[in-house]
Write a protein that binds this ligand. Structure first.
Ligand SMILES: NC(=O)c1ccc[n+]([C@@H]2O[C@H](COP(=O)([O-])OP(=O)(O)OC[C@H]3O[C@@H](n4cnc5c(N)ncnc54)[C@H](OP(=O)(O)O)[C@@H]3O)[C@@H](O)[C@H]2O)c1
Length: 304
């Protein structure tokens, strides 16, 4: 029987906790198998106001690059070096969330069979993730995937639109909705399309959050990028936590190459730059796994 072997194999710490300053025990505790793998507990507070609590997850090189922007090698797994613990933490965050939001480029640059479900990035903990979601958090087996696309030009043959049990919501503009309807998206049983008004082709992050809160009951939302969508959420003060894996490599940039950092398309003045406090630091070999919480004021300590 496979079940006990998988559970037993999962009982080894994947990461070592160096600092954990999050003293608040929010929500139910992680089941012991996940707590051992993560070397600690993980929980999130209630969502503030009438919107979901938003946690973001990225992996970056030491020099701040999140995508090499090379065809077939533009994703996070190239940046992390297919790091096992990064995959586990991504799976654990997915298991904790009601929904996961991604920009259209992130969705479409992944391989066509990619799924934004917990075990996709760490299959060994599939049963542990399911036990945690279904029995402890009382959530459906999989989080909803939310794809943001103003144009509505999405490749509907992708697995995210056609896998039974995996629900996908597309947030788009009225024009994008027309494009999707013409392409047959409304005939796909697990796909739901929401149209929001947009300024210059862009919907507002707060309106997306309110829609997910009111229409899908989303209380914890995992933001998986990319930098364009994430930058808008930061600028709208709609990010509560950031999980950042620091990968021990340097990508570099030339003047004419685009190798984005965490944020693309937005910039902040020093006195308005979003500030964070360090909540936990975990380590495995040369990788660091950082957890930050947004601070109320813009810089973390006001230092020059
Ligand atoms: N290292 C990591 O952790 C990590 C994480 C995520 C992504 N990535 C990488 O980052 C790259 C993609 O990032 P990206 O910044 O170029 O793209 P992105 O943010 O994933 O997607 C941008 C697209 O999303 C839609 N969009 C974004 N904001 C919108 C808004 N307010 N209203 C309407 N539509 C909106 C638009 O789609 P339409 O053009 O359809 O209108 C836009 O072209 C990929 O290479 C990906 O692999 C890396």
């Amino acid at each position: 029987m496979v079940y006990p072997t998988q559970l037993r194999e999962a009982q080894m710490a994947l990461v070592r906790t160096l600092t954990d300053r999050d003293q608040d025990d929010f929500g139910p505790a992680l089941p012991s198998g996940l707590r051992e793998l993560y070397d600690g507990n993980l929980g999130f507070p209630e969502s503030p106001a009438e919107r979901p609590f938003v946690i973001a997850n990225f992996v970056s090189t030491l020099d701040g690059v999140v995508s090499y922007e090379i065809k077939g090698q533009s994703g996070g797994s190239t940046v992390s070096g297919s790091d096992t613990a990064d995959g586990f933490i991504m799976g654990l965050l997915r298991a904790s969330a009601d929904a996961i939001i991604v920009g259209a480029r992130t969705a479409q640059e992944a391989s066509p069979e990619s799924l934004w479900i917990p075990e996709y990035t760490y299959p060994d903990a599939k049963l542990l993730f399911r036990e945690y979601r279904v029995n402890v958090l009382r959530k459906p087996e999989y989080p909803i995937l939310v794809v943001v696309s103003g144009s509505g030009r999405l490749e509907l043959e992708r697995a995210i639109f056609r896998t039974p049990g995996v629900r996908t919501a597309v947030i788009t503009t009225p024009a994008g909705s027309d494009v999707l309807v013409k392409a047959g998206a409304t005939k796909l049983p697990s796909v739901q399309i929401h149209a929001l008004d947009a300024k210059c082709g862009r919907m507002a992050p707060m309106e997306m959050l309110q829609l997910l809160y009111a229409q899908h009951g989303v209380r914890t939302l995992l933001h998986e990028g990319g930098p364009t969508l994430f930058g808008q959420f930061l600028a709208a003060e709609a990010v509560d936590e950031l999980f950042l894996t620091l990968s021990p490599q340097i990508a570099g940039r030339k003047e004419d190459t685009i190798r984005p950092g965490l944020v693309q398309g937005e910039e902040f003045m020093p006195d308005r730059a979003p500030g964070f406090q360090l909540l936990s630091v975990k380590q495995r070999a040369e990788h660091l796994y950082l957890r930050y919480g947004r601070t109320a004021d813009h810089s973390s300590d006001g230092a020059e």
